[in-house]
Design a protein around this ligand. Structure first.
Ligand SMILES: Nc1ncnc2c1ncn2[C@@H]1O[C@H](COP(=O)(O)OP(=O)(O)OP(=O)(O)O)[C@@H](O)[C@H]1O
Length: 238
C-alpha cells in the first residue's frame, strides 16, 4: 500500500526554485532513504511531506491526505525528527516525553517508550547533559510518542560516533519491524545501504533515480552504493 505519493512537486524560496518536480512513492512498512548533495532539496521535500512547508505545485499525499489542507488530521498520524532539532537545555528526559505525549489525543504510553528505548535510567537527566547519541535516541522516542504510522528522520546520525550510529541503525530497524514506515534523509551511503529498502537520490530538486540499493548499484555498474551515488550524481560529494 502506498503511504506517500509525490508527483511533480515544486517549491521556490523567494524566486529560487529548489524543488523542480520531485516524484516518488513510499510503501507501507519500508525504510525509504532520501540521499543527495547539499542543497538538493531533501529537507524541503520532507518538510512539505510532513506539513511544515507548503509546496507550490504538484501532487502530495501522505496517508491519503494533503499535508497542508488536512494538516490537523495528518499530524497525529506522523512523527517528525528534523535536522538541528533542539529542546530547552534544562528539560529532563522524562519531562520531554511527558510533554510531547500531552500533545496527542491518543499517545503511546510515554513511560513504556522511555523503558523500551533505554531512557528510563536517564529520565532525570537534563537534555543539555545528554551525549549526542542519547539526544538522538530521545528524539527518536519523541517522534514515536504519538504512535505514528509514518516517521520522518532527517540526518539522524550526522555527528554521531560510529557506535552511536550503529545503535541508531538498530533502533530504526526496530521502528520498521513494528510496522511503522520510515523516511530517512541521509548523507551516508553505508547507512543507506545497510538500512534502506529503497532509496531516492535527489539532485537539483529532482529525483534522479530510485530503487533498492542493489538496483542502484546495478544501474551504475559499480561495486558499492557509495560509488553508485557518485556515478549517479555526477561525482559530487554528499
Ligand atoms: N527557509 C529557506 N529560505 C530560503 N532558502 C532556503 C530555505 N530553506 C532551504 N533553502 C534553500 O533551498 C535549497 C534546498 O535546501 P534543502 O535544505 O531542502 O536541501 P538539502 O538537500 O536538505 O540540503 P542539506 O543536505 O545541506 O541539508 C538550498 O539551496 C537551501 O539554501
Amino acid at each position: 500500500m502506498t503511504v506517500i505519493e509525490i508527483d511533480g512537486m515544486t517549491k521556490s524560496y523567494r524566486g529560487n526554485q529548489v524543488l523542480n518536480g520531485v516524484s516518488l512513492t513510499v510503501e507501507r512498512g519500508e525504510i525509504f532513504g532520501i540521499a543527495g548533495p547539499n542543497g538538493a532539496g531533501k529537507t524541503t521535500t520532507v518538510e512539505c511531506a510532513s506539513g511544515l512547508r507548503e509546496r507550490d505545485g504538484g501532487v502530495l499525499r501522505v496517508l491519503g491526505l494533503d499535508p497542508r489542507a488536512d494538516r490537523r488530521r495528518l499530524l497525529p498520524r506522523i512523527g517528525v525528527q528534523l535536522q538541528e532539532a533542539a529542546l530547552p537545555d534544562a528539560i529532563k528526559v522524562g519531562e520531554a516525553l511527558k510533554l510531547y505525549a500531552s500533545f496527542y489525543d491518543a499517545p503511546a504510553d510515554w513511560r513504556a517508550l522511555m523503558e523500551e528505548w533505554g531512557l528510563a535510567e536517564r529520565r532525570r537527566i537534563s537534555y543539555s547533559s545528554l551525549s549526542g547519541g542519547w539526544k538522538q535516541r530521545l528524539f527518536i522516542a519523541l517522534a514515536l510518542v504519538g504512535n505514528p504510522e509514518v516517521v520522518f528522520l532527517d540526518e539522524l546520525t550526522t555527528g554521531l560516533d560510529p557506535s552511536a550510529r550503529r545503535m541508531t541503525w538498530s533502533l530504526i530497524r526496530d521502528i520498521r519491524d513494528r510496522g511503522v514506515t520510515v523516511v530517512l534523509v541521509t548523507h551516508f551511503m553505508d547507512e543507506a545501504e545497510a538500512l534502506c529498502d529503497r532509496i531516492a537520490i535527489v539532485d537539483h530538486g529532482r529525483v534522479v533515480t530510485h530503487g533498492t540499493p542493489g538496483e542502484l548499484i546495478a544501474q551504475a555498474h559499480t561495486d558499492s552504493l557509495e560509488d553508485a551515488y557518485f556515478a549517479l550524481t555526477g561525482g559530487q560529494a554528499a
